[in-house]
Design a protein around this ligand. Structure first.
Ligand code: HEC
Ligand code: HEC
Length: 250
């Protein structure tokens, strides 16, 4: 437990330094590593082999929905996700889920899909998979947006019974073990991902809520805009890392 105390002291002092920091990424571009590098060799092998990766079931379902409802306008699914999350003119964040639901309601003219519903997970996973190997290309002024500023504040805010911030774990302790898992750099590029703990596939939104739960703090609702802000922030932090959904995680 003594290391934990040391860590908490470290985090408290670094938290102050972080407040004065500008739009600089803490992890240098050549030090960026996907979450896949921190899972067991067997999960990594499962992820790499499309015949073994359970997420491919969602890819196949998503492809069928896409061909039925979307392909008449979107000839090529590849690249459709890379500019997302993006900002609207009034500063809101459009996640992949939200972009799909905009087309679903205004262009396919059907009702919106619920968060974590099977068809929405299928479509997001298919589209993310279709952009595998590409990287996020966010607009250059993203760090000047209020959404980014809100997300940076949330990402660095020490909260919960454990006195941790997102940054404490994912920028300062990555590579270290916590309970049964090795902490990664906390990138979203593998999502939607199949998690053994969930026994199913889930969105980045769900993964983020799991981290709030782990911090023993208030868990935001799936529709809380702070989660979309954080997705934008995470994409900015991860710029340069190839997209690799569907990942396989513990
Ligand atoms: C107490 C440590 C801790 C804190 C604090 C924490 N997380 Fe995590 N997070 C984890 C662990 C453990 C995992 C699962 C293993 C890993 O890091 O990929 C995880 C996974 C993730 C992942 C998925 C990475 C992947 O490739 O599967 C993302 C993204 C993430 N966290 C973001 C956040 C954000 C944003 C916050 C703040 C709201 C946060 N985390 C707070 C420990 C933490
Ligand atoms: C009637 C034509 C039409 C249909 C049907 C349609 N879309 Fe779209 N979609 C568009 C147009 C037009 C845009 C806007 C392009 C832009 O804003 O740059 C768009 C934008 C998108 C975007 C955002 C891309 C970005 O970078 O902002 C995604 C993701 C998307 N559609 C997915 C889908 C999915 C999934 C379906 C099926 C459920 C679908 N679309 C059905 C025409 C359509």
């Amino acid at each position: 437990m003594r290391w934990l105390l040391a860590v908490i002291v470290l985090i408290r002092c670094c938290g102050l330094a972080a407040a004065a920091e500008t739009a600089q990424r803490l992890i240098a571009p050549d030090a960026l590593r996907p979450g896949t590098d921190y899972v067991s060799a067997s999960l990594r092998a499962q992820q790499k082999d499309d015949d073994l990766n359970p997420g491919m079931l969602w890819v196949d379902q998503g492809r069928a929905i896409f061909e039925r409802d979307c392909a008449k306008c979107h000839a090529a699914p590849r690249g459709l996700t890379v500019k997302l999350p993006k900002l609207t003119d009034n500063g809101d964040v459009v996640t992949l889920e939200r972009a799909i639901n905009t087309c679903q309601t205004t262009r396919v003219k059907q009702t919106a899909y619920a968060y974590e519903s099977q068809p929405l997970l299928a479509l997001t996973t298919f589209l993310a998979f279709s952009s595998r190997g590409m990287t996020h290309t966010l607009s250059s002024n993203v760090t000047q947006s209020l959404a980014w500023v809100r997300a940076q504040a949330e990402y660095t805010r020490i909260q919960g019974k454990l006195d941790f911030s997102c940054r404490s774990c994912h920028d300062q302790l990555y590579g270290k073990r916590i309970r049964t898992q090795t902490i990664s750099q906390g990138h979203g590029v593998g999502f939607p991902a199949y998690r053994v703990e969930w026994q199913t596939l889930g969105s980045l939104n769900r993964r983020l809520r799991a981290c709030f739960f782990g911090m023993e703090t208030t868990v935001p609702d799936a529709s809380d805009p702070i989660l979309a802000d954080l997705e934008l922030y995470l994409a900015w932090r991860a710029q340069g890392l190839p997209l690799e959904a569907p990942a396989v995680r513990r």
